[in-house]
Design a protein around this ligand. Structure first.
Ligand code: T1G
Length: 711
């Protein structure tokens, strides 16, 4: 038995040493400097022990293999040279593992990410459990860095350049099944026999056996990227794709591509060297710091129920959904796909119910098509879905979510109906975007059971959930809504019951400003292009088409009524709704749509809104107006306690509508610009364009005190 903080080993009868990695007092295994020392000492001891002929390596954690390098450690590095050294040391350690005279087999159960996968790749044989928690991947670029312990070298050599780039450049994490299909894992087994199968592999290796792997992708793989010419094409295509997606805002994917390419062209040693250099450069960038902050913010949100001393959530096993439209069916399908709960959809008539059931089912079909679930799981999940034109089955639901027409009376009527058929402790959640929860709850006989759960469209894909308690909502109802949202795979933020909640509150002035710019003569594509370059996934005009002009009109109306002039809708937009140009859902909005794809701008739109695309303000001014109007409203919202913290506000904006993650969210971005500068720019804009730009008190005070949202 070797001493050490995290690693222990013992010799089995047949010359196989069983090593167990279990970082005490930590929820996950991570590779810190101390763990590296421990690994080194352990491997040295194993090498010198003549009784040891092979090694079987396991995690001692029930649900985690290795979560990668210790992120907290690398964010403390201040220079590129230090970071390069850290990477080189990791490479050296894994080089030693790869060259070890005592062959290693690993048994992987739970997350095997980043440096954890790089370690597994350095071992001779990989067995993984087919459990859903077993996920393998290299998420480094999501943190603004690259796989820096040989991952950019070993993965392409194992599975081919194209498949490896697919994972590395997007920071993908794959299921064990997919990893097996790709050739990352040698054997995929039931968790019950993971240990035995791994031991057996180690025993075979002790006897001199070595796995013989076929060329990745066979002959087709060789044609594609197993030869220099094919590879060059693969790299060219990948580079183009990365640039198209990142607009130069995220340096990590391009650097990772370079590390992979350099290694395949000049050999492993040169590749490792380049990989470490690039890792060093990336690790100290502002982009990486911002992305790491987001990682820790979302991790913290995973266990934050949004209220002090949260009572344990009610376990939801049956969900009722009222309203079988696009949102209702999306909620139903996602709840089944993610949380495997029984779902019953109710709508006024059977044709609508049928449509909703079909749409919910599509979400499950899509998972099957993408091979996220097996045909068996698909059949099992489909069986959880049912629907009706009355409330049978709702009596046993712990949670009911309504997604009916956005009208107070209609929602109150539904609430009343649901209260009469459900158990007294059932939670009623409204998926409203424009109506205040306390207004809906006015009609409730159990107002403490009423809450808002605002999902975003399309529900299956949008990662954010706003949870909105009214002043009367019971604490356990808040925990239940947050807990269930999380089970649905969402990042949940608890926000104040105020018009627009958080997301629409800060999005509305931004979209409105886009309308002002249009009227002033800026072209539609120009506005969208500038915001995409700023880092948004789509520009504000495209976003309006996605949301739907009718929905947008309703939201702006509510905000205008609540907050007055600064939310005054741009009159030009009314023409869009009147003429039925509602956006993508009807095939025409600002853009034209055909076959589900966005086509060119519909130039007839300009006439409709009374605009002439002849230039307008200069690009820098356009960007400033769109961004500052949003930051100003976000600051005001923080002052009003719409979000509980700047952290929630930033995560909400990034996950809710794609605020550029590399800027850390609107409040971090405001911190970067500095309140004094924002205030003076807003004052200038207010003078020029009107009071809607008047800086809010929060920013004024910050400017005076030289304060920040994130101190
Ligand atoms: N470093 C430091 N802390 C980590 C960590 C890590 N790699 N992974 C998790 N934690 C902490 C987390 O902050 C939380 O802390 C606790 O563990 C439980 O996490 C050389 C340089 C593994 C799938 O990006 O994706 O390897 O709040 O609540 O839902 O190339 O954590 O309890 O104090 O999220 O079960 C690459 C990041 C590193 C993986 C588990 N690795 N982690 O999810 O628990 S860079 C990653 C995750 C790298 C090499 C490079 C998830 C998880 P606390 P949790 P979970």
């Amino acid at each position: 038995m070797a001493p050490g903080a995290a690693l222990t080993w013992e010799l089995a009868d047949d010359g196989v040493a069983v090593v167990t990695f279990d970082l005490k007092n930590e929820p996950v295994n991570k590779i810190s400097a101390a763990v590296k020392q421990d690994l080194l000492a352990t491997f040295e001891a194993l090498e010198h022990d003549t009784a040891v002929r092979a090694v079987a390596f396991f995690s001692g954690k029930p649900e985690n293999f290795i979560a990668g390098a210790d992120i907290e450690e690398f964010v403390r590095l201040t220079t590129a040279a230090e970071a390069e050294r850290l990477s080189a040391e990791g490479q050296e350690l894994l080089g030693r593992v790869a060259r070890s005279p005592k062959p290693l087999a690993v048994g992987i159960h739970g997350a095997c990410l980043g440096g954890g996968l790089e370690f597994a790749l350095a071992c001779g044989y990989r067995v993984a459990s087919d459990h859903p928690r077993t996920q393998l991947g290299l998420p480094e670029v999501q943190l603004g860095i690259l796989p820096g312990a040989g991952g950019c070298q070993r993965l392409p050599r194992l599975i081919g350049a194209r498949a490896a780039l697919d994972i590395i450049l997007a920071g993908k994490v794959e299921s064990a099944r997919k990893a097996f299909r790709l050739g990352i894992v040698d054997e995929l087994v039931h968790p019950a026999i993971l240990r035995d199968v791994t031991m057996a592999a180690a025993q075979r290796m002790a006897g001199g056996w070595r796995p013989r792997r076929k060329r990745p992708g066979g002959f087709r793989g060789w044609l594609l990227d197993g030869n220099p010419l094919g590879r060059r094409l693969v790299f060219r295509a990948a580079r183009k794709q990365v640039l198209g997606q990142t607009h130069g805002n995220y340096p990590a994917p391009l650097a990772a591509l370079e590390a992979v390419e350099h290694g395949l062209r000049h050999g492993m040693t040169a590749g490792l060297k380049r990989e470490a250099q690039l890792f060093g450069q990336l690790a100290v960038t502002d982009v990486s710091r911002k992305l790491v902050q987001i990682f820790f913010a979302t991790t913290a949100l995973k266990k934050d129920f949004g209220i002090p001393n949260p009572p344990p959530p009610t376990v939801v096993s049956r969900l009722g959904v009222v309203g079988a439209g696009f949102m209702g069916s999306g909620i139903a399908g996602t709840a089944i796909a993610q949380a495997a709960v029984d779902v019953r959809i109710k709508d006024a008539d059977l044709p609508r119910v049928a449509k909703g059931l079909a749409a919910a089912r599509e979400i499950l079909d899509d998972r099957l098509k993408r091979r996220r679930i097996t045909p068996y799981e698909h059949a099992r999940l489909i069986a959880l879905l049912s629907g009706s034109d009355h409330y049978t089955g709702f009596g046993r639901a712990e949670l009911v979510i309504e997604a009916v027409f956005e009208d107070l009376q209609v929602k109150q009527q539904v609430l009343h109906e649901v209260e009469t058929v459900t158990a007294p402790d059932a939670v009623f959640a409204s998926n409203t975007s424009t109506i205040l929860i306390h207004r809906i709850a006015e009609a409730a006989s159990r107002p403490e059971q009423v809450i808002g759960m605002h999902f975003f469209s399309p529900v299956a894909r949008m990662p954010l959930l706003e949870v909105i308690p009214s002043g009367r909502t019971a604490p356990q109802v808040v925990s239940t809504a947050v807990g269930f949202g999380r089970r649905m795979g969402k990042t949940a933020i608890v926000v104040k019951d105020s018009p627009g909640f958080w997301i629409n509150r800060i999005l509305t002035p931004y979209m409105n400003e886009a309308g002002h710019l249009l009227v002033e003569g800026v072209a539609i594509e120009e506005i969208d292009r500038l915001m995409v370059e700023f880092g948004f996934p789509v520009g504000p005009i495209t976003l309006m088409d996605e949301v739907g002009m009718d929905v947008g009109e309703k939201v702006v109306g509510v905000m205008h009524e609540a907050f007055g002039e600064r939310f005054a809708p741009v009159p030009a937009f009314a023409g869009m709704v009147k003429s039925g140009r509602l956006g993508r859902k009807v095939g025409k909005g600002f853009y034209q749509y055909a076959g589900g794809k966005k086509r060119s701008v519909d130039s007839a739109v300009y006439e409709l809104i009374g605009a002439h695309p002849n230039g307008g303000p200069r690009p820098a001014e356009i960007i400033q107006r769109l961004v500052l109007v949003m930051l100003n409203e976000a600051a005001r919202g923080v002052g009003e306690g719409i979000v509980r913290s700047p952290r929630d506000g930033d995560v909400g904006a990034i996950f809710g509508f794609g605020f550029p993650a590399f800027r850390g969210g609107p409040l971090r971005h405001a911190d970067d610009l500095g309140a004094a500068r924002i205030v003076s720019e807003l004052e200038r804009l207010a003078e020029r364009y009107g009071a809607r730009f008047a800086p809010c008190d929060v920013l004024r005070e910050q400017a005076q005190r030289n304060a920040k949202f994130h101190p």
